[in-house]
Each structure stands twice: as C-alpha cells, then as structure tokens.
Design a protein around this ligand. Structure first.
Ligand code: NAD
Ligand code: ZN
Length: 344
C-alpha cells in the first residue's frame, strides 16, 4: 500500500493506493457515527456488496448516480434532502463511490450540506483514479454549460484500488488512458520515455505516478490561476470537438486525444514546440488505440472555442508542449489562434 499526502495546510489529506486501501477507509469510518454513500449505479452493482462487506457497517442511506445527466441541481436537491431526512450531521461523513461524475456531485453536495461536511473519494473509473478524485474541484452542469456551478472543496481522503477497474468498459479505460498520456505529456519526461518504450500504461505504478503529478500541481495552485491550467492540455480543442459532435457521440478521452494532437501539430508548425514532438505524441496515441485526426474542417470548432466562458478579453490560455513531458501556458488572442488553426 502506498500513501501520498496532499499538503494544503488545514485542508491536507492522504491518497491511499493499493489492494488494501479500502481497509484504510474502513478504519476512518469506524471513528464516525454515520456515513452516507453516493454511488455510481454500475460501480455499485458490480462492487457494492464487496465494498460494504469491507466497511462492515451499514451506511445511514445511499443515493445512486447514473451518468452525466445526473450532474444537475435537481439531483443535488434530491441528495441533500435525503441526507437531511436521515439526520446526517457535520460529524458524519459522505463517501463517493464512483467515477468523475459521482465524485463531482458528491463533492458538491458535501461542500454545501450544512455549510460543509467531510467526504471521502473512492474512485472507480480510471479517469477518476488518475485525475478527478484529487484536487477538490466539484461541479454540476447547467443547460448553459458544463461544470458551471461548483466549488473548491477538498476530500478528506482518497482510496484507490486498481482491481475495481476490472469491470470497466474498454471505452472508459481508453478515456482514462488519454488523461494519463496528457499527464505524462505536461510534466514527466521519464514517464514519456517509458511509455514510448512500450511499458503497460494501466498499472498501479502509472496510476500512482499520474495522481502524484496531479497532487503536486494542486498543491502549487489549488484554485486554478496558473500551473493547474496545464492539466487542460488538449482540452480547449477537445471540449470544442465534444460540443460540435454532441456529448456522448465521441468520448471525452477520444476528443482530448484529438485535441492534444491538433494543438501540438499547430504549435510545432509555428515553432512553439520542438521538432519531433508531434510524431512522438502520435506514436503514443496510436499505441493506446486513441484517435488523433479530426474528420471535418477544424475551423468549424472555432465558435465553440471562442464561446468558452473561461476566455477573458478575447484572450485564450493555450497549453502547449515545449517538448514531450514539458508543458507551458501560452496566452494568445482569439483572432490569432483562428488564423493559426486555419493552417493545420
Ligand atoms: N473534478 C475534477 O477535477 C474532474 C476532472 C476531470 C473530469 N471530471 C468530470 O468527470 C466526469 C467524467 O468522469 P468518468 O470518466 O469517470 O465518468 P463516469 O463517472 O460517468 O463513469 C463512466 C462510466 O463508467 C461506469 N462505471 C464507473 N465505475 C465502474 C466500475 N468500476 N465498473 C463498471 N462500470 C463503472 C459508470 O456507470 C459510467 O457509465 C465528467 O463529468 C467530468 O466533468 C472532473
Ligand atoms: Zn479531461
């Protein structure tokens, strides 16, 4: 079992990784009167019984999440009412048992229930284990946009067990792999080298490596004003592809794989990335069954990019690779970006 510590003064917490990690959670829950589970439907069908057996104590109650459509204020209200109905207090805790969707809702509900109740993350998807379970970004969607309502609210602990991924669909594994490649691309040249040599990506070693990188980035920039933006590598174009194709038509992982490829093709062409970066990235994406080409005219993506509510004063914060394993923020006028996009 390995332990990583996210150091954020009074909001510090541990990430426990390994086959016995749920036993460590049980020890925490033993100290509490009550706990409330917010669980992903599929994760719970497959693993709920075994999980509860390890906890050896029934939760006060449970609520189930089934997909991105549940990331809504409507669902939040239902969950909060249920928490109140079973008299959950601030000395109790919430456990999120699911992927990024479940974690985002559970975190948000926890951040506002009685002005904040502690919660633990038990990530059950690869994406959640390598990325979303750490960092305390919580959110739900509005019709006006994804993740528009939320808060920064750090969990009190994160418990990762790779074995729980065995029942994940390949499509979801591929999604997580795209985020892992993204993480290696922005921060870790050694990791990149090992991946180019063909090392198995979905392993406990690399799950730990990715969440460790996320941990350090979050420690340096908890509220996303600087370094944390690096985690958006591939996402500016990726989100535009998701919006253009229609959510669900292309997976998030596939969209950001194409996003990483296009932005790197462009940045290498304009001398912002070292020569050869694009080819190395493509090699990695191909090795992991990820797409890298956009079928359509890339300029049709621009309107989705320019609509992004994160743009301030017509300025875009692009995340570019200096080379594989080293990313930086490049501020660029939207209009200039449009010109460059048109040439790739
Ligand atoms: N908070 C953050 O920092 C952050 C970072 C990245 C993404 N996100 C959010 O995460 C969400 C995507 O997360 P995701 O990719 O984990 O999707 P998800 O939570 O919807 O899970 C994907 C699918 O896997 C199923 N599933 C989950 N665990 C399973 C298991 N062990 N066995 C079988 N099936 C299982 C789910 O039912 C679902 O169908 C998005 O809403 C995104 O906005 C948040
Ligand atoms: Zn992502």
């Amino acid at each position: 079992m390995s332990i990583l510590k996210v150091s954020l003064q009074d909001k510090s917490y541990k990430i426990i990784i390994g086959n016995d990690s749920y036993l460590a959670l049980k020890k925490e829950l033993d100290k509490k009167n009550n706990y409330f589970i917010i669980a992903d439907h599929n994760a719970f069908i497959n693993h709920g019984k075994a999980f509860l057996k390890i906890m050896n104590k029934a939760p006060a109650d449970m609520m189930f999440i089934s997909g991105e459509k549940d990331k809504s204020l409507d669902k939040v209200e239902k969950i909060l009412k249920r928490m109140a109905d079973v008299n959950l207090t601030r000395s109790d805790v919430v456990v999120s048992f699911g992927g990024g969707v479940c974690g985002d809702i559970a975190g948000f509900c926890s951040s506002i229930y009685m002005r904040g109740i502690n919660y633990y993350q038990v990530p059950t998807t690869l994406l959640a284990q390598v990325d979303s379970s750490v960092g305390g970004k919580t959110a739900v969607n509005l019709a006006e946009g994804k993740n528009l309502v939320g808060s920064f609210f750090q969990p009190s602990g994160v418990y990762i067990n790779k074995l729980i991924l065995d029942t994940l669909k390949n499509r979801e594994i591929v999604c997580g792999k795209a985020e892992m490649i993204k993480t290696a691309c922005i921060k870790d040249e050694v990791f990149i080298q090992e991946l180019l040599e063909g090392k198995e990506l979905v392993s406990e070693k690399y799950i730990k490596q990715c969440i460790d990188i996320k941990r350090i980035v979050v420690q340096n920039d908890q509220f996303d004003f600087g370094e944390r933006m690096l985690l958006n590598f591939g996402h500016t174009i990726g989100h535009a592809i998701e919006a253009k194709k229609g959510y669900g038509k292309i997976s998030h992982g596939e969209a950001i794989a194409i996003g990483m490829a296009l932005i790197t093709k462009m940045s290498e062409k304009y001398g912002f990335s070292e020569k050869g970066t694009y080819n190395q990235l493509i090699k990695l994406l191909k090795m992991h069954e990820l797409p890298y080409e956009y079928t359509g005219n890339v300029l049709e993506l621009f309107k989705y990019i320019s609509n992004d509510k994160k743009n301030v004063n017509q300025l875009l914060h692009l995340i570019l690779l200096k080379k594989m394993g080293k990313a930086y923020i490049h501020k660029i006028k939207l209009i200039r970006f449009y010109d460059m996009l048109g040439t790739i």
